[in-house]
Write a protein that binds this ligand. Structure first.
Ligand SMILES: NC(=O)c1ccc[n+]([C@@H]2O[C@H](COP(=O)([O-])OP(=O)(O)OC[C@H]3O[C@@H](n4cnc5c(N)ncnc54)[C@H](OP(=O)(O)O)[C@@H]3O)[C@@H](O)[C@H]2O)c1
Length: 359
């Protein structure tokens, strides 16, 4: 078989604000690949099926001397074409870090997100493994299990004469606020919190996204672009838990409305990734006054402890429909630069999935 074009998306220039397709990233078709003869050197040749566009990709578009710089690659799902590696065979589905290329020879040896063979849960499309069934879902599950310490308080109410036959049990959970509630991370956090019996407040950036937050169980959901976050939190708080996907002024508003001993799960700060100016925080003194604990974490830190349990529990719940998720599909690797930008500007509605090829 003659060599064929191997399209790739390349990191070209450090953005000064939002990434710009064609400038900060470029699509390149100059490389060819001979699928039958390309040397594998003990590795695995993978055809890319779907790739993820994630918020963290903007943070990694940095000068090379700043830690965590990298070129364009992300989590994805592919199919093995040829393998010289034990444990991988032609036809296997793999999940893990893949180049933004139609074909690649990814390493299984990258810590945590090196490629692994997986069998999609019956009824669950493989693209789910880059969203709620993959790294974003793992982020929600690990962070929630490790740090939320969620309490659904159980009250036994008895008749005034203490006639226990007239008793009733009421569950009144703590209150959690989830920003970025409509994305793959936030929407799974909402569902985990509801499962734990909590009252959930969620924010998102469009009415359609607000509706999705409600559809997955949020008791209160609002559009932070048209409604004051402070007003909602003053009315619906105080917050026992804040799941922070956005940082900035939303974090400041959450601190102002925190209950004593609140837990803040610091997952991300997307409002800051494309900004050079930072935000003036007004309420930092309340962290000590209200004895708030902030937990910053990266999903990779917690994977050794929670990954096995995640794969046992979450894909089944997604396949059965008990947990809901949405995808926003971009077709064609040549459009991956735009997909990366969409996630930063918030025009994605659901997990941004780049479909590179059909099987
Ligand atoms: N700690 C970890 O290991 C880890 C792992 C994965 C993800 N994360 C973080 O988790 C967060 C959510 O990730 P995801 O994959 O679920 O993202 P996502 O929801 O698919 O996409 C990002 C969303 O952020 C919102 N956004 C953009 N600019 C914003 C702004 N200025 N203020 C408020 N919201 C803004 C947009 O939604 P709206 O329309 O609602 O504004 C956008 O759709 C991100 O901060 C990400 O970096 C952390």
């Amino acid at each position: 078989m003659a060599p064929i074009t191997n399209g790739r998306t390349l990191f070209n220039e450090i953005p000064s604000g939002f990434p710009e397709p064609g400038k900060t990233t470029v699509y390149d078709t100059s490389q060819t690949i001979d699928l039958e003869n390309v040397p594998l050197n003990g590795g695995v040749l993978v055809k890319t099926l779907v790739l993820s566009a994630d918020p963290y990709m903007r943070v990694q578009m940095r000068p090379a001397d700043i830690e965590s710089y990298m070129v364009i690659f992300s989590l994805g799902v592919g199919k093995v074409i040829r393998s010289e590696r034990e444990g991988f065979k032609a036809g296997d589905y793999v999940y893990g870090l893949l180049d933004h290329a139609e074909y690649s020879i990814p390493s299984p040896d990258v810590p945590i997100f090196g490629i692994i063979v997986f069998k999609p849960e019956p009824g669950l499309r493989y693209s789910a493994y880059i969203g709620a069934g993959g790294m974003p879902g793992q982020t929600s599950y690990y962070g929630w299990k490790e740090y939320a310490n969620a309490k659904a308080v159980c009250y036994l109410l008895s008749h005034v004469f203490l006639d226990l036959s007239l008793s009733a049990v009421f569950l009144q959970g703590e209150t959690v606020f989830v920003s970025g509630g409509a994305g793959p991370v936030g929407s799974l956090v909402i569902q985990l919190a509801k499962q734990d019996g909590l009252k959930v407040i969620a924010s998102a950036g469009s009415d359609e996204k607000v509706q999705f937050c409600k559809d997955v169980g949020a008791d209160v959901a609002f559009n932070y672009k048209t409604t004051s976050t402070l007003d909602i939190l003053r009315k619906e708080g105080p917050l026992n838990i804040y799941w922070d996907n956005v940082g900035g002024t939303t974090l400041d508003a959450a601190i102002e409305n925190a209950a004593n001993h609140a837990r803040f799960v610091e997952c991300g700060a997307i409002s800051q990734y494309n900004s050079k100016d930072g935000v003036k925080m007004k309420n930092l003194d309340q962290i000590y006054a209200r004895r708030i604990t902030l937990y910053g974490f990266l999903v990779s830190d917690l994977a050794p402890k929670w990954q096995e349990e995640f794969y046992k529990v979450i894909p089944k719940k997604l396949a059965s429909g008990e947990f809901k998720f949405t995808e926003d599909v971009t077709n064609g690797l040549e459009n991956s630069g735009q997909a990366i930008r969409d996630v930063q500007t918030g025009t994605n509605t659901g997990k941004k999935v780049i479909v590179v090829a059909q099987e």
